[in-house]
Structures are given as structure tokens and as C-alpha cells.
Design a protein around this ligand. Structure first.
Ligand SMILES: [Zn+2]
Length: 207
């Protein structure tokens, strides 16, 4: 399912992501019926997902693939990095939703990811000046920094109180609560909300 995230408008340079992409990334660490299901189980899956969301250029992804071909430890290291940043971002989202301090290790991981981002610079255009970016670092670091960015934006100038974790303990979906009253508890009323209601009903019957 898709979360509805706010539109921060045009931000000047190509392949920007929004909060919806960030949450989709976090929710690739999925839970189905209480069991963990990783939607990005291999580095290749992660690279394909990054290309699909526009946080990495096809050439960047291919460069990573070429560097990694037949090098299992390198591949494992990069995949571990993707998973580590993802779970650190999940912890940060949880801490915001639960109004508590985040785990310090998770925060360090997120901050390290943020520092690895591309360099923004001004470039001349025929009718003025434009903002462009330069890829200085590793494409995977770059992609992770870009996926962390909307969460920072939301904390800076958005509605962090609308960042929520689905109240169903077999779901844990992270979503943006765009409802008028900001009191949504489930990622989706049709699935998790109804399941919770049915469970309450069953409890009442057996009480
Ligand atoms: Zn849910």
C-alpha cells in the first residue's frame, strides 16, 4: 500500500525524492502476518529499487554491479550498509512517532549517511543560474543520503507529528498521517484497522 506524503514542491535539481519514497524504502523491511519479509534481499534488488525511484543513475548502478561482480564480500558489505541505514531510519521514524529519544547508534548511522551526500553546486544557464549536483562519493552512499533527506526536511519544516507507525503489532508499516484530525492509527483501515476491530470484537465475545 501507498502512503500519502506531503509535496514539498520543486527543489531545483534532478532526482529528488519525497517522504513517500523514504517511507516506501523503510517499508521494504516488511512484516507479513508477524513474520519479517525483506523486499530488498540482495544488493541487486536494492540497486534496481534505487534506479526505479531515481536515487541512483542507471550508470551508477551498473558501475557498482561491475565493481562487485564475483566479489561476494564487497556485495555483502554494501547490502549490509543498505540494510543498516534502512533499519536506522526506521528507528528514527519510530522515535518520532513514539515521542522518545532515538537509539544513539541508529542516529550515528543516519548522520553518517547524510554526510555522504552529493555536492550541490551552481551551474550557469543561458538565462540565469541553476542548481546541479556532482557525484563525488559512492553511488550507494549517495542513494541512501538522498533517501534520508525527506525525513530531515519533514523535521525541519514539515509535520513530524504526522509520522506514524501502524498500531498493528503484526504490521509496523511506517506512514504519513494526512488525515484532517491527525489521529490515524493504522496504515490502512481496510486491512490493519479492520483486523484490530475484529480482534477486539472477538475478545469481547470471549470475555
Ligand atoms: Zn498496518
Amino acid at each position: 500500500m501507498k502512503t500519502k506524503a506531503p509535496d514539498h514542491g520543486h527543489r531545483g535539481h534532478a532526482h529528488d525524492v519525497d517522504l513517500e519514497d523514504t517511507f516506501d524504502f523503510l517499508n521494504t523491511d516488511d512484516t507479513e502476518n508477524g513474520f519479517p519479509v525483506d523486499k530488498l534481499p540482495t544488493l541487486d534488488d536494492a540497486l534496481a529499487w534505487f534506479v526505479d525511484r531515481g536515487v541512483i543513475h542507471v550508470e551508477g548502478a551498473n558501475r557498482v554491479r561491475a565493481q562487485m561482480s564475483n566479489n561476494d564480500p564487497l556485495m555483502a558489505r554494501d547490502l549490509a550498509r543498505v540494510h543498516a541505514v534502512r533499519s536506522a531510519l526506521r528507528e528514527v521514524a519510530h522515535s518520532i512517532a513514539e515521542e522518545r529519544a532515538p537509539d544513539t547508534g541508529a542516529l550515528e548511522t543516519v548522520n553518517r549517511a547524510l554526510h555522504a551526500r552529493q555536492v550541490i553546486e551552481l551551474v550557469p544557464g543561458p538565462d540565469g543560474c541553476y542548481v546541479d549536483h556532482r557525484h563525488v562519493g559512492d553511488p550507494v552512499d549517495d542513494a541512501l543520503a538522498r533517501l534520508a533527506d525527506p525525513l530531515v526536511m519533514e523535521l525541519t519544516a514539515g509535520h513530524p507529528e504526522r509520522i506514524k507507525v501502524c498500531a498493528s503489532d503484526t504490521c509496523e508499516w511506517i506512514f504519513y498521517d494526512a488525515s484532517r484530525t491527525s489521529r490515524r492509527r493504522w496504515c490502512d483501515m481496510a486491512t490493519c484497522g479492520n483486523r484490530a476491530k475484529a480482534a477486539r470484537h472477538r475478545m469481547k465475545l470471549h470475555a
